[in-house]
Design a protein. Structure first.
Length: 132
């Protein structure tokens, strides 16, 4: 999954996103992602201060594909789930949401992109639209 797919759907007048602020492969290999994701306030606060951002959005993604032969033998559906957490610059998790949405297309890429678009809209309305 490429997180830059989400970026285009989240940017608006109030929110400017920076995708992959940290090298995710290194973060995951060192197990720091688990610390960030579990809400380690010290790490989150330091990351926010070093990067100069107001909020850090962390998410775990799961997705799978399935065919829809009853509708169209070529139709593919992507079942996409995002477990998101939003931390403020003090390192406190201020909001969280589990969002699951499908997306359909005639290729896996089309289905994935549509599912990401659907999830990003929900993410924006549930976590980001009410930010000060």
């Amino acid at each position: 999954f490429r997180s830059d797919l989400v970026n285009g759907y989240l940017n608006n007048e109030k929110v400017r996103t920076i995708v992959n602020l940290i090298d995710l492969r290194s973060l995951k290999a060192s197990r720091f992602f688990d610390d960030f994701y579990s809400g380690n306030g010290e790490l989150l606060r330091e990351a926010a201060q070093l990067s100069g951002v107001d909020y850090i959005l962390l998410g775990r993604v799961k997705y799978s594909f399935r065919r829809q032969p009853q509708l169209d033998p070529d139709l593919i559906t992507c079942d996409f789930s995002l477990d998101a957490r939003l931390a403020d610059r003090e390192g406190t998790i201020v909001r969280s949401a589990l969002i699951s949405m499908p997306g359909s297309g005639f290729t896996e890429r089309q289905a994935l992109e549509k599912a990401v678009e659907n999830v990003a809209r929900q993410l924006s309305s549930k976590l980001l639209d009410s930010l000060p």
